[in-house]
Design a protein around this ligand. Structure first.
Ligand SMILES: [Zn+2]
Length: 120
């Protein structure tokens, strides 16, 4: 059964997500990150949980992550994609997507780096 959220609970969840992004931007040494990175949602039917589009400074998150019970996966997916953006920004687009540069950003933010779902 799919649980529905009220608009108010989605709003407070998005605030929490945005505060986490601020925390990571401090840890990652790029406090402009929350003002630079756009966060957009893609339809739940999309096969990807998240995508990072470096050229437009945009992270796309699957709308299914807004369902209740998905809070930690939403945060991990946002961190995963934001870490891609940071790694590309610092090291260029020639690096491996889930290579050591990306892993370092995930670890600094407190996540075990794992690329278990399809993205990019
Ligand atoms: Zn990835």
């Amino acid at each position: 059964m799919r649980s529905q959220r009220t608009e108010a609970s989605i709003q407070s969840m998005l605030e929490c997500v945005f505060n986490k992004l601020k925390d990571w931007s401090v840890i990652w040494g790029y406090t402009l990150l929350p003002r630079t990175l756009n966060i957009e949602f893609i339809p739940a039917e999309d096969p990807d949980l998240g995508k990072c589009h470096f050229a437009s400074n945009t992270v796309f998150l699957n709308a299914s992550l807004l369902q209740s019970g998905k809070e930690s996966l939403l945060l991990e997916t946002l961190c995963h994609e934001a870490a891609h953006w940071m790694a590309f920004r610092r090291h260029g687009l020639g690096i491996e997507s889930h290579g050591p540069e990306w892993e370092a950003y995930m670890r600094k933010a407190g996540f075990e780096p794992r690329a278990h779902y399809h993205d990019q």
